[in-house]
Design a protein around this ligand. Structure first.
Ligand code: ZN
Length: 173
């Protein structure tokens, strides 16, 4: 493995303190990153179709954010992983239909999560659902994420380690 490849692949961890980046780098250099992830997350989820994804999102929304407006559309989006750091998107539109104002919520999840452990998909869905209430990535937003998924921060770190693995050409599932 070329060292510059290794450093470039750490872009997914650029928001973390140096200590965490060094630990990740050590795992990569020792060739243990994939094993670390597979040990914690032995299997991929089975949510493959768009219908299954829609049901997954709606079920989670009804369990955690019952009062929020309904989700209209849920899609796997193959373009999302191309734009680094946009792993999912949530769009809200208000349209005037005659005299009525209708809102629509659409969630797109990067296809990179179609073959991934359930925890990573859950973390991304929680993130996008939290945007129903908080548009910004502020403290209230992350409090909401942790309320819906207590392990949110650990899952995000592991999910970024997983993307790092893929970047290094190691397919796990
Ligand atoms: Zn966000």
């Amino acid at each position: 493995m070329k060292p510059n490849t290794t450093l470039a692949s750490l872009r997914y961890l650029s928001g973390y303190p140096p200590q965490i980046q060094h630990q990740a780098l050590a795992l990569i250099e020792q060739g243990r990153l994939a094993a670390y992830l597979l040990d914690k997350y032995p299997e991929a989820h089975q949510v493959r179709s768009e219908r299954a994804l829609y049901d997954y999102v709606v079920e989670m929304k009804n369990r955690t954010m019952r009062k929020a407006p309904p989700v209209n559309k849920v899609l796997w989006d193959s373009k999302l992983h191309v734009i680094r750091n946009a792993l999912g998107t949530h769009t809200f539109q208000s349209k005037v239909h005659g005299s009525k104002l209708r809102s629509s919520h659409e969630i797109r999840i990067g296809t990179v999560f179609r073959t991934a452990p359930d925890g990573f998909l859950r973390m991304i869905v929680v993130h996008e659902l939290a945007h129903f209430k908080e548009k910004e990535h502020n403290k209230a937003f992350y409090n909401l994420c942790c309320h819906m998924e207590p392990d949110y921060h650990q899952l995000e770190l592991d999910m970024r380690l997983y993307l790092t693995c893929l970047e290094l050409g190691q397919k796990l599932y």
